[in-house]
Design a protein around this ligand. Structure first.
Ligand code: SF4
Length: 230
């Protein structure tokens, strides 16, 4: 199974009853601003090329963002913040991400998440995280030959990334490094090495309060891109 086949299988997944019910309820009820749109309402696959050198790992799709448009970080303010910074760091061809057909291309970068369905309050349960781990596992296995750096957005993405690479046979330093903004750690497998970076999540809670500024995000994106050889 290649990455396109994996993504095609993923969008049919119904393994988490609570998340299936929520993603479909949101898609039926809609937000007033989008009442004339058809919501995606399904698992949201990763985006970006199968031979990406840089991987960005978030948390889960947003109810009226990715769950509406069908693409990660597309159609909400968190995505606007992320894509503007990625454009500044030379990682996209456009500073915006609006819909599936907006022409956005990622430069040697793929974006994914440990949980592929929008959860209530953006909080998946431990069971849901564990159930969705098989998709991240399969995706990272396919990407591992090309990926040289990973930028994790928030503690959830950091821990899921380290856990998944460890399950794939990569050596993670012990004790496992703690998440922090600007923290990085190196994983190895045989002769291969990759660097994992921590970055505060681009949630409005962080960006509205100034905990994460655009400059901070561009700086860590640029460091991760350099590490990936982009
Ligand atoms: Fe499937 Fe993951 Fe969605 Fe659960 S969260 S239904 S495992 S795609």
């Amino acid at each position: 199974r290649d990455l396109a086949e994996l993504d095609a299988d993923l969008i049919d997944c119904r393994a988490c009853p609570r998340l299936v019910a929520w993603r479909e309820q949101v898609a039926r009820e809609k937000r007033r601003a989008f009442e004339n749109e058809e919501y995606w309402g399904r698992p949201v696959p990763g985006i970006g090329p199968a031979d990406a050198r840089l991987l960005i790992v978030g948390l889960a799709p947003a109810a009226h963002g990715g769950n509406r448009t069908g693409r990660m970080f597309t159609g909400d303010q968190s995505g606007d913040f992320l894509f503007a910074a990625m454009y500044s760091a030379g990682l996209t061809n456009e500073p915006h991400s609006v819909s599936l057909d907006d022409g956005l291309e990622l430069v040697e970068t793929r974006i994914t998440a440990p949980v592929h369905c929008a959860p209530p309050q953006n909080k998946p349960t431990v069971d849901e995280r564990d159930r969705c781990a098989r998709w991240l596992h399969a995706e990272l296995e396919l990407l591992a030959p090309s990926v040289r750096a990973v930028l994790t957005l928030g503690q959830f993405g950091w821990q899921s990334t380290l856990r998944t690479f460890a399950a794939l046979g990569w050596t993670v330093p012990r004790p496992a490094p703690k998440f922090g903004h600007g923290v990085s750690t190196t994983l190895t497998r045989g002769d291969a090495a990759l660097e994992v970076f921590g970055c505060y999540h681009v949630s409005q809670h962080n960006t509205f309060t100034g905990r994460l500024t655009a400059e901070m995000l561009v700086e860590v994106l640029a460091a991760a891109a350099r590490s990936a050889g982009i």
